[in-house]
Design a protein around this ligand. Structure first.
Ligand SMILES: Cc1cc2nc3c(=O)[nH]c(=O)nc-3n(C[C@H](O)[C@H](O)[C@H](O)COP(=O)(O)O)c2cc1C
Length: 210
């Protein structure tokens, strides 16, 4: 690409995200929806783990009252769940090695509706539903067998595979206050564009030195 040409358009950051994500789906070897999710401990220490993006865009559909954002699902009793209950601010990071691209997203989370969580939980493989229902995520586990026994007990309880969603297993919607795109360019003359929400549904964008 010509070094003078912008790789990251001004436009709508959700549209750029959609375009880059579509390319990542074609080129990443696995989990193009994997994101590093940073929260903070009550003492302000960083806390980081991967999650999977399960919804994104300017309109997430009727289960989300057509609101915008980035959605992931987890156990609300987990470490991250406790941290988010005290401080809803997160940072998300996508890094697609195959595309040499990075996207940073910052903002608070809100819980998704029970309808949205039910719909996503129902879409999961029955074995994944069992695994979530049996997991006291982030709490000490005496042995792996203990976990497998709990999975087996719930499987026996729901032989049809219709495990209900545990009330503490749900999703968070990140409401982005900033979205920043990073594109690798020749000789490390990389390109960064940061979009900041203007509070009225629009965005202002600025190029940053790489
Ligand atoms: C690629 C990848 C995707 C993951 N996706 C999720 C996810 O969507 N939800 C989740 O709760 N944990 C997911 N995990 C596990 C988390 O990284 C983490 O171990 C778990 O959520 C407990 O984190 P916590 O103790 O900080 O709450 C994933 C791990 C990897 C490596």
């Amino acid at each position: 690409m010509n070094q003078n040409q912008d790789a990251i358009p001004h436009g709508d950051p959700y549209a750029i995200f959609e375009d880059w994500f579509a390319q990542a789906r074609l080129s990443e070897p696995n989990d193009p929806n994997a994101i590093a999710l940073a929260t903070a401990t009550p003492d302000g220490l960083p806390s980081l783990r991967m999650v999977l993006l399960k919804g994104h865009g300017a309109d997430l559909g009727p289960d989300f009252d057509h609101q915008a954002g980035f959605v992931f699902y987890t156990n609300f009793h987990s470490r991250k769940g406790g941290e988010l209950a005290a401080n809803p601010h997160v940072a998300l990071l996508f890094h697609w090695k195959s595309l040499r691209r990075q996207i940073r997203i910052e903002g608070p989370v809100v819980e998704v509706s029970p309808q949205a969580a039910d719909a996503y939980f129902a879409s999961r493989h029955p074995e994944s539903r069992l695994g979530s229902a049996a997991s006291d995520q982030s709490r000490p586990l005496p042995s792996r067998q203990t976990y497998l026994d709990r999975v087996a007990a719930i499987r026996a309880q729901y032989p049809q595979g219709d495990v209900p969603r545990p009330a503490h297993w749900s999703g968070y919607r990140v409401i982005p206050s900033a979205i920043e795109f990073w594109q690798d360019r020749d000789y490390r003359l990389h390109e960064r564009r940061r979009f900041v929400a203007d509070g009225a549904g629009g965005w202002t964008s600025t190029l940053l030195y790489p």
